[in-house]
Design a binder for this molecule. Structure first.
Ligand SMILES: Nc1ncnc2c1ncn2[C@@H]1O[C@H](COP(=O)(O)OP(=O)(O)OP(=O)(O)O)[C@@H](O)[C@H]1O
Ligand code: SF4
Ligand SMILES: [Mg+2]
Length: 337
């Protein structure tokens, strides 16, 4: 595979297997008001995102609309600045990278968005889009064109597609072109924000299979942000569930589908028809109003809608309960078990 095969990620320098570590990440967006446009409140988009992602694994980040998933992805891609908390990449504090280290980070970490049309320049041929990115990041030269052809082939397109404008491609082909653009800089870590949501079901499966085969070949690490629990189950190794910008459960994906502990996770899983014979999850739809992002969470974020709410749930933040080595949950029910 020539140049493309150099994409393989090495082990982290420290020898451990964690590539990304996120600790207490928070993002508040100010609400400006009045004549002087002063801060009159905040949108509490992310309150506490905490998780690790191991080399070459796929971590899914799930939660209902507005739970802060994309904002977490944007902070990881350094497209939004955290209000608090830390991101470590290969044990380096991402908030303290020098400008040359930031350039290195921006190559290593790529983000792919839901709408491939919006993320490609409509006036540029795919060829020019890809070659421009390689030139900006100084990779792939001097044989930029050959590398672009190689990447197109690897994502299931051909040289001929380099000479198309985005509107001349189908949705699935556009998302493949976006992937080729992300891969052209030799990334290690790819943030996939609803990567198949805009595609037809049959095309979704093809793009997911492509993502899997690329990961098998090049050991990419993925953060998969999605609403689609079937996609989560198909492609992810571990899952973190967010509610109102707070992580509430973290588990290997297989275990989560069979033994969700948090009432929100249970409601989320039971609200979609995924056949799972061993599942102990009973049908329980989410009741109550969706949360208001301008109100700060005081205790349990799910207390307003939880069928099992107890007085303590409105008074104190539930602590983390370790179900086993790889499964954690934040709920007073598991504390009392
Ligand atoms: N730039 C911004 N300025 C102000 N508020 C924002 C901004 N970006 C996101 N928000 C708000 O932050 C909250 C979290 O948004 P985010 O896009 O991260 O959610 P999400 O989980 O990705 O939702 P969805 O599943 O709908 O994509 C929402 O209330 C959203 O309106
Ligand atoms: S802490 Fe209480 S309100 Fe929150 S999810 Fe658990 S039982 Fe429900
Ligand atoms: Mg989103």
């Amino acid at each position: 595979m020539g140049a493309v095969s150099t994409m393989r990620a090495e082990k982290t320098e420290t020898g451990d297997d964690v590539l990304v570590r996120v600790e207490g990440l928070r993002k508040w967006f100010p609400i400006l008001g009045g004549v002087f446009q002063r801060t009159v409140g905040y949108i509490y988009a992310v309150e506490d995102a905490t998780f690790n992602i191991k080399n070459a694994e796929t971590l899914a980040l799930v939660g209902e609309s507005g739970s802060g998933k994309t904002t977490v992805g944007l902070m990881l891609a350094k497209l939004e600045h955290p209000t608090a908390g830390k991101i470590f990449y290969r044990n380096r504090d991402v908030g303290k990278l020098s400008s040359s280290e930031t350039r290195w980070y921006r190559k290593r970490v790529q983000m792919v968005f839901q709408d491939p049309y919006a993320s490609l320049n409509p006036r540029m041929l795919i060829k020019d889009t890809i070659i421009e990115v390689m030139k900006v990041h100084r990779v792939g030269g001097p044989n930029y064109y050959d590398r672009a052809v190689e990447l197109m082939t690897r994502v299931g397109l051909s040289e001929e597609h380099l000479y198309r404008y985005p509107h001349e491609l189908s949705g699935g082909q556009r998302q493949r072109a976006v992937l080729a653009r992300a891969l052209c800089v030799n990334p290690e870590f790819i943030i996939l924000d609803e990567p198949t949501a805009s595609l037809d079901v049959s095309v979704q499966a093809q793009v997911l299979d492509l993502l899997k085969s690329l990961q098998d070949e090049f050991r990419y690490t993925y953060l998969l942000i999605t609403h689609n629990l079937a996609v989560v189950r198909y492609i992810s190794d571990r899952t973190v569930v967010m509610y109102r910008g707070i992580w509430v459960e973290s588990s290997p994906t297989r275990e989560l589908f069979g033994r969700a502990e948090h009432p929100y996770t249970q409601a989320l899983l039971s609200s979609v028809p995924i056949p799972e014979p061993r599942s102990n999850v009973e049908k329980q739809l989410l009741k109550g109003e969706p949360p208001n992002p301008t109100e700060r969470v005081k205790a349990c974020p799910f207390a307003d809608r939880c069928p099992y709410v107890m007085p303590v749930c409105n008074e104190k933040t539930p602590p983390v309960t370790q179900i086993n080595d790889s499964h954690q949950v934040r709920c007073w029910l598991t504390v009392k078990k």
